[in-house]
Design a protein around this ligand. Structure first.
Ligand SMILES: *[C@@H]1O[C@H](CO)[C@@H](O)[C@H](O)[C@H]1NC(C)=O
Ligand SMILES: *[C@@H]1O[C@H](CO)[C@@H](O)[C@H](O)[C@H]1NC(C)=O
Ligand SMILES: *[C@@H]1O[C@H](CO)[C@@H](O)[C@H](O)[C@H]1NC(C)=O
Ligand SMILES: [Zn+2]
Length: 545
């Protein structure tokens, strides 16, 4: 493909077509319930497909050309790597793309999107508003079924119905809570129940955080946990140094020598860092922040974050010498499971594939919303795209209520006596674990070597847990470049040194419509990865040899 010719072809094809596209996906459509009775259905995706474009042989210029078309048409990119791009297309858009991309370079990856969305919404199965009620209904139903069976069955086996655990009985990780996606109400109740169940046990201290309000007035909540080292004298002191993983020779926990590039004038933004010299570490509590939900439709991130928090509390309170118990005495763990409650709610009730927040940004054609992960203020630049674009990053950095709220929390850490040193931002899908920078590979983090080393260990820990492949690397290298990413901000501006973004499952079979039965394995491998990372940091920063 020659770039000039391609652009001309694109423009001649695209321009007349844009006007004739009935409706951008992200226009506000009234929520129309259909007779199929599917909860959460609003927007339909009939005749839409997701294409995977193999662009591994394309030059950067050609890739940019394709991205320009995508911007022009406000297409919805699902996932991008250096070798391929997944994009959602209507029938008309398929024609356009089919005309500009050689046919051997793409294939319909999800050929019937509407069916996949319907399947994932578990028709008729639940009223997501009230899991409690549902739970008792299920139990009731099971009892009845069993009775009937007993009466009619030719060969009635005296079987005991499976023991049902109350989803909000958090004394076990087997709670069915982790086998479902949840409403915001349920997430709040989960947080309250964590406090009721664990606060005060063995020196555990849980704080509920109200981090700010969204455009639609919802509160962004977080739960912050630490363990008082003197909470219960039965825990031995001094603590043993947790080993990252007995089966894993890497990583080497010794600190690496200072990178001479640290003062490279090519990275002037580092002057703004809130970093204190490591001599000032004394007395400051180290904080590890896990955030999820920037993109409304990525449901497995929030669920996995809650599972991680639950796992941490359960093990810390039941096994005094477990890694979680030791780590919680050195780190404060803060989990913000749903930074974008407006977008999540919209995805749950109106438009399953909604990505952005729901902020009115004065866009044309009723287009709403800022892509949160394009709105964080490090080397931020306004894009040409309009509010109708799925990647719209706003008119200025931190224009979104949500990014502003979290940045205020992170940058006020010192006032709380904390140093937020680690930050992991959960997304789906793609099975990647990435460090900064996302906006460009020319901007090289001084800690790249260590970030890579820890990242490789995390990916390995995740792989080992369930056998699903995870890849580690620099964000700009593994995905298509984008400014305004949260990990660029936390690494470039705040005190965070261990800044990562995870793309959880899968690799595209279900994409965002991951079935609930895959929540638990995904969360389990994430937990293994986060524990590995925390131990790596512990060995390096808390208890160096
Ligand atoms: C919670 O679950 C555990 C383990 O399944 C069980 O032993 C306990 O009785 C349950 N607690 C309540 C209050 O139901
Ligand atoms: C947790 O328990 C401590 C006392 O152990 C108490 O001061 C605090 O208010 C409790 N937190 C919550 C959120 O209830
Ligand atoms: C300390 O832990 C023991 C169990 O090892 C428990 O019986 C005791 O109640 C705990 N004490 C406090 C103050 O939490
Ligand atoms: Zn995302």
């Amino acid at each position: 493909m020659r770039a000039q010719a391609l652009v001309l072809a694109i423009l001649s094809l695209a321009t007349p077509t844009i006007a004739s596209i009935d409706k951008p996906y992200n226009s506000q459509q009234p929520f129309t319930s259909t007779n199929s009775g599917i909860v959460g259905q609003g927007d339909r995706y009939d005749d839409q497909q997701v294409w995977r474009i193999d662009w591994s042989d394309y030059s950067d210029v050609n890739k940019q050309d394709i991205m320009n078309v995508i911007e022009l048409l406000n297409l919805d990119v699902w996932h991008s790597t250096q070798s391929s791009l997944d994009v959602r297309l209507s029938a008309k858009e398929k024609d356009i793309m089919g005309n500009i991309i050689p046919s051997e370079s793409f294939h319909p990856f999800i050929s019937d999107l509407q069916s996949l969305v319907e399947e994932s919404l578990n028709p008729g199965e639940e009223n997501p508003e009230d899991i409690d009620e549902k739970f008792s209904e299920i139990s009731e139903g099971l009892r009845k079924k069993k009775k009937n069976k007993g009466k009619k069955g030719k060969n009635p086996k005296p079987s005991i119905p499976p023991i049902q655990i109350d989803p909000f009985n958090l004394t076990t990780i087997d709670t069915p809570f982790h086998d479902k996606f949840h409403t915001l109400k349920e997430i709040d109740k989960f947080g309250r129940t964590l406090i009721e169940t664990f606060n005060g046990t063995r020196g555990i201290e849980i704080t509920e955080l109200n981090l700010g309000k969204t455009f639609e007035g919802r509160i962004i909540k977080g739960w912050s946990v630490k363990m008082n080292p003197n909470g219960n004298g039965s825990i031995p002191n001094p603590q043993p140094i947790p080993e990252p993983d007995p089966n894993d020779p890497e990583p080497d926990p010794r600190p690496l020598p200072d990178d001479p590039d640290h003062d490279d004038p090519a990275t002037p933004a580092f002057e703004k860092r809130l970093w204190k010299s490591d001599d000032d570490l004394d007395g400051m509590e180290l904080e590890f922040v896990i955030q999820a939900g920037q993109h409304g439709r990525e449901w497995v991130g929030p669920s996995s974050a809650l599972y991680f928090l639950h796992h941490l509390l359960l093990r810390a309170t039941t096994e005094p010498n477990s890694d979680p118990a030791i780590l919680l005495k050195s780190f404060r763990f803060t989990v913000i499971p749903q930074i974008n409650p407006d977008g999540y709610e919209y995805s749950r009730t109106k438009s399953r594939l909604w990505r952005k927040n729901r902020q009115d940004v004065g866009g044309k054609g009723n287009c709403l919303g800022i892509d949160l992960n394009s709105n964080w203020g490090y080397k931020w630049r306004a894009s040409k795209s309009t509010a109708c674009s799925e990647g719209y990053g706003g008119k200025e950095a931190f224009e979104a209520y949500e990014t502003k709220a979290i940045s205020e929390y992170l940058s006020s850490a010192a006032e709380r006596g904390n140093r937020v040193r680690a930050f992991v931002d959960l997304h789906s899908y793609g099975q990647l674990f990435m460090f900064p920078f996302a906006h460009s590979c020319d901007d090289f983090p001084p800690d790249a070597e260590m970030l890579m080393e820890a990242g490789l260990g995390v990916a390995k820990a995740m792989r080992t847990k369930q056998g699903e492949g995870y890849e580690a690397g620099q964000a700009c290298d593994l995905t298509y470049r984008a400014p305004g990413d949260a990990i660029d901000y936390t690494y470039g501006i705040t005190d965070v040194r261990w800044s990562y973004s995870a793309e959880l499952r899968d690799t595209g079979t279900y994409g965002f419509m991951l079935p609930p039965k895959l929540i638990r394995p995904t969360a389990d491998e994430l937990t293994a990865g986060l524990m590995y990372l925390a131990k790596f940091i512990y060995a390096l920063e808390v208890n160096p040899p």
